[in-house]
Write a protein that binds this ligand. Structure first.
Ligand code: GDG
Length: 750
């Protein structure tokens, strides 16, 4: 029997399935061949992996993708706590699906046809074939009702293929590159098939608002489906309509880890060394790009060359460092681009470099991340001149690294990042005079202005980091997905297993699990049938029932009106009542003082924002914002976070639905469940819960335990039902099974 935190194994014990499956062209690992020929896997660090790691590591997540070597078959394996499902690509697949259709048809088409896209029918056939292979691998890896998140332009047909094979799945797609305006998109001979592929998803995510708008317009033009705001109503085979959401989710980086690297003394020493090695110029300008025609590298070189030629700048004072990391080196336009750029660099250096000063320090290789960060630290001016770019993470990395609040970002308005990073010096890279003026302005910018802009930029990047990005995408995806009513067969089987325990603990969250959510917390009541089902369990030998809540225990007792034998834990485990008449709790003097500060700050905020109120908890306070406007609610929450992070650093903060909870003592429902397990001596646990705080409890379940998630949303729990109305039946099934077993045992004894 599978525990809820473990992947499920089929009868033959081989096929393992997962409740969260990420699908991308490349896996987050690459093969490392040692001198003696032995091979091992190495994690390739990227923002996406970092963002999804916590979810993936919980071991019910898997990553499906190509491992980076052609014509090799690898069995699924685990690397660094992440389950990896490799998809095989042949050399021919690579040429036609990857280099051809993905990088020489879709890539240029989606980037404003900066280079002319090539249309070849055999490339399209390969794209369909390989997309199907990815879809099949994902379908085989996904457990019933799993969430599958497909990434990027190489896999646009996967959502539809997956939906056809597995209508039970919740499917999300994120496009990392732009989605073009209809006038350009319409050139694609397979324009209807691609849209249909994407419409197989429940949620289609884009970098910019404009991209999502272009997609919806294309759907309207080519299919005529009604769209309103972010919603598109797509006809479904059953004659109903299925709602697809198309919305922008600007991607970001793991900003804190970049800042941490930048604060490393060795990295800082390296930054100083770089400046010295360049001959201590007054200004270092930096460009970091994959060598790609979308990045506007030639435009930047042209502008710099003209500034040197007209005497506005001199190589004694200013050096441009250009990292152009090798990319797609077998694709035609990229071969031509490399020649073009290197010719321009060579010419410019020939014209302007001196023996002691090089105009452009050009590097056609990839560097370790530490070196990139040292370069960002050394750069006074960062040049991002993309002609079209989905987001451009380099711009965000530069900002994250500059904890000294210095440095100037020159940023193309055609990069997605420009939507958020408005305090950069924004440019139109096609306007060479404009670029030249921006460079001069950046070089001469007074320090207070540099600092003011950098502070604002940093706020943006740190507020929306990659973890915020992925959780916002997944939340939107899973909240939109409906969970079917009824008790799935697989759940009945799992209940049978868990009910076989000698000592069984049935631990139940209250709000959202036994009782539907209501506006006023004091009005919450368990659904009909709950009390009777709980009583049946209490009457059984070897079964204990506990309520596990985030509410203060008195409040839990009031709303749940529990039978005497029910064990209670409140305030996420800070308060307990285990077969005693009284609630147990202890706080030390320092914690009481912090509690007072907390109270004062929140009362100040709540008094000034209508629709917010404070809930008192024994070891903390919760700021509720449900009745405020979304903007005011968010602003109030942010204000509370900001003030309290300074006044009481290290305090536990927990975000729920329209509520922000602060606690002077960290404790989770996971802690509560551990304590209950120990107290009852249970050898198996059944836990049911509905929200994020219940995930802490699911995370501490053991092999053989059962986690039941109530409602939609990403979860570590292995099973799911629609809402509290199903829970009495689930409890009834446990009671039925144990009663039947007891009767059978009695019969045997007689
Ligand atoms: C696509 C979209 C979107 C580059 N050279 C080295 C190196 N890099 C790292 C950078 C950055 C990443 O590669 C490049 O990301 P970008 O966002 O700038 O651009 P694309 O590769 O085109 O990415 C883009 C992105 O997807 C995410 O959605 O933003 O618009 O085109 O992290 O630092 N890293 C190391 N050495 C190098 O030499 N270590």
């Amino acid at each position: 029997m599978s525990s809820s935190a473990e992947p499920t194994a089929s009868a033959d014990g081989h096929d393992v399935t997962y409740s969260l499956v990420v699908v991308s062209n490349r896996l987050p690992v690459e093969i490392d061949v040692a001198d003696d020929g032995t091979e091992s896997w190495r994690t390739s660090p990227g923002g996406l992996v970092t963002a999804l790691e916590p979810l993936m590591r919980s071991s019910d997540g898997a990553w499906v993708g190509w491992p980076g070597v052609a014509d090799r078959t690898f069995e699924p394996f685990e690397n660094d706590g992440i389950s990896i499902v490799p998809v095989r690509l042949s050399e021919a697949d690579l040429e036609d699906y990857y280099e051809g259709f993905s990088n020489d048809t879709i890539w240029p088409l989606y980037h404003d046809v900066i280079a002319p896209p090539s249309f070849h029918r055999e490339w399209w056939d390969a794209y369909v074939r390989v997309n199907r292979r990815f879809a099949e691998a994902a379908a085989a890896a996904a457990s019933t009702g799993a969430t599958v998140w497909v990434h990027d332009y190489q896999l646009q047909l996967v959502p539809r293929m997956l939906r056809e094979a597995r209508p039970d799945l919740v499917i999300g797609f994120f496009n990392h590159i732009p989605f073009p305006p209809y006038g350009i998109y319409a050139q694609l001979p397979w324009r209807k098939q691609i849209l249909d592929g994407l419409l197989g998803a429940d949620l289609v995510g884009f970098q910019r608002l404009a991209d999502a708008g272009n997609f919806s317009r294309a759907v309207r033009r080519l299919y005529g489906y009604p769209t309103r705001g972010v919603a598109i109503d797509v006809p479904a085979p059953d004659g109903q309509t299925r709602r697809v959401i198309a919305k922008h989710f600007p991607i970001s980086i793991d900003a804190a880890s970049y800042e941490e690297l930048a604060r490393d003394p060795e990295v800082q020493a390296r930054a100083r060394q770089i400046r010295e090695d360049l001959g201590n110029p007054k200004t270092i300008m930096l460009g970091v790009d994959r060598l790609d025609y979308t990045k506007g590298i030639a435009h930047r070189i042209k502008a710099f060359g003209e500034l040197l030629a007209d005497g506005s700048l001199s190589v004694e004072d200013v050096t441009l460092v250009q990292v152009a990391s090798p990319s797609r080196e077998r694709v035609g336009p990229y071969i031509a681009l490399r020649d073009e750029i290197e010719l321009a660099v060579g010419r410019l250096n020939g014209d302007f470099s001196t023996i002691s000063h090089t105009a452009i320090s050009y590097h056609h290789h990839g560097y370790p991340r530490e070196e990139m960060v040292a370069l960002y630290l050394a750069a006074d001016v960062m040049l991002v001149t993309a002609l079209r770019d989905g987001m451009n993470l380099v711009a965000k990395e530069y900002v994250a690294v500059r904890f000294d609040r210095d440095g100037v970002l020159v940023l193309s308005e055609f990069a997605g990042a420009a939507d958020e990073l408005k305090q950069a010096v924004l440019i139109n890279p096609h306007d060479i005079d404009g670029v030249k003026a921006a460079i001069l302005r950046a070089i001469a910018m007074p320090r207070p202005e540099r600092q003011r802009r950098m502070r604002a930029l940093r706020r943006k990047v740190f507020d929306n980091d990659v973890a915020a990005w992925s959780s916002s995408f997944l939340r939107t995806l899973t909240e939109g997905a409906a969970v079917r009513p009824g008790i799935p067969d697989a759940l009945v089987g799992a209940l049978r297993e868990v009910s076989g325990a000698d000592k069984l603990l049935v631990a139940l969250d209250f709000d959202g699990t036994l009782a539907p959510h209501v506006d006023r917390p004091e009005d919450a009541r368990a659904v009909d049938g709950t009390r009777g089902a709980v009583q049946r369990l209490l009457d059984l030998d070897g079964v204990r029932v506990a309520f596990v809540s985030g509410r203060a225990l008195v409040s839990l007792r009031y709303v749940s009106d529990p039978q005497d034998d029910v064990l209670l834990t409140g305030s996420h485990g800070i308060e307990v009542q285990l077969d005693t008449a009284d609630i147990q709790l202890d706080l030390v003097a320092a914690e009481l003082e912090q509690l007072e500060t907390l109270n004062r700050v929140l009362e100040g905020i709540s008094a000034s924002v209508e629709g917010t109120w404070i809930e008192r908890k024994p070891a903390g306070r919760a700021l509720h914002t449900r009745l405020a406007t979304p903007q005011a609610g968010q602003a109030a929450q942010k204000e509370a976070r900001d003030q309290l992070s300074v006044l009481i650093p290290g305090m536990t903060v927990r975000a729920g639905k329209d509520v922000l909870e602060f606690a002077v003592r960290g404790s989770t429902k996971g802690d509560a469940l551990e304590r209950l397990r120990e107290y009852t001596g249970a050898d198996r646990v059944f836990y049911a819960g509905d929200d994020l705080t219940d995930e802490d409890a699911f995370a501490v379940l053991h092999e053989g335990d059962l986690g039941l998630k109530i409602g939609a949303g990403p979860s570590l729990a292995g099973y799911r039902v629609r809402g509290p109305e199903e829970v009495p039946r689930v409890l009834g099934i446990i009671a039925d099974i144990r009663e039947a077993a007891a009767t059978a045992a009695e019969a045997r004894a007689n």
